[in-house]
Write a protein that binds this ligand. Structure first.
Ligand code: PEP
Length: 248
């Protein structure tokens, strides 16, 4: 089953308009020949300017969150309509930082994912265990729960991208080994297959995220079940182009 590789950057709360425009302008010629899909998920306020900067390139601009309500009294949130206004295609949902600092749960991940799909946005749903959970042998239980509740009631799982991001590897410089990442992502695919059937599970793109960089991307991308990466720190530099061109 061939799944198109996908490299997505997560700028988190970084970059000004000038810095982001400069980086995208420099990235554009470097990613011209890329075979994979490419996205940069930027802070909401940068979406219009970065969309303009990325015009005419393979880089699609994504968001980092979406609310489940149509509109209303939800200070600080962003609606699917607002994202669609700017032609946004991808939205990260349930990143561990949203879960850790902003109260996202498997239930709100579910609501956000449903809303994104209703609006033809592609959700990049993040799952992953903490170090404590891994050391206690609970990785599979945690992931199974995140998938079961986070994707509850989803009809067409093929429209979702999953990002497996072990929390202990995010921003720490500690990457999962190729084997660890492959083994865990294969488990995720097996769970998806149980929930949605083998055929659909085999079509879901599953990314690895957690200190993926220009050096370790080749090994990770060579793994059978790893279809791409969700890149934090390295997406703020030209290294992002090296990751996008991992196959060169
Ligand atoms: C992330 O934020 O999704 C991430 C994987 O960050 P980093 O690459 O910096 O570990």
């Amino acid at each position: 089953m061939s799944r198109k590789p996908f490299i997505a950057g997560n700028w988190k709360m970084n970059m000004t308009v000038a810095e982001g425009t400069k980086l995208i302008t420099e990235l554009k010629p470097l990613v011209k020949e890329a075979k994979c899909d490419i996205a940069l998920c930027v802070p909401a306020i940068l979406i219009p300017a970065m969309t303009k900067a990325a015009k005419g390139s393979k880089i699609k601009i994504g968001a980092q969150n979406v609310h489940w309500a149509e509109a209303g009294a939800y200070t600080g949130e962003i609606s699917a309509d607002m994202l669609k206004d700017y032609g946004v295609k991808y939205v990260i949902i349930g990143h561990s930082e949203r879960r850790q600092y902003f109260g996202d749960t498997n239930d709100t991940v579910n609501l956000r994912t449903i809303k994104a799909l209703e609006n033809e946005l592609t959700p990049i749903v993040c799952v992953g265990e903490t170090l404590e959970e891994r050391e206690a042998g609970k990785t599979e239980d945690v992931l199974a729960r995140q998938l079961e509740f986070g994707l509850f009631g989803i009809e067409d799982v093929k429209k979702i991208v999953i990002a497996y991001e072990p929390v202990w590897a995010i921003g720490t410089g500690k990457t999962a080994t190729d084997e660890q990442a492959q083994e865990t992502i294969a488990f995720i695919r097996k769970r998806l297959s149980k929930m949605f059937g083998l055929k659909d599970a085999n079509r879901v793109r599953i990314l690895y995220g957690g200190s993926m960089n220009a050096k370790n991307c080749k090994g990770l991308m060579a793994q059978h079940d790893i279809d791409g990466g969700l890149i934090g720190g390295a997406s703020l530099k030209l290294d992002f182009a090296t990751i996008v061109n991992y196959d060169k």
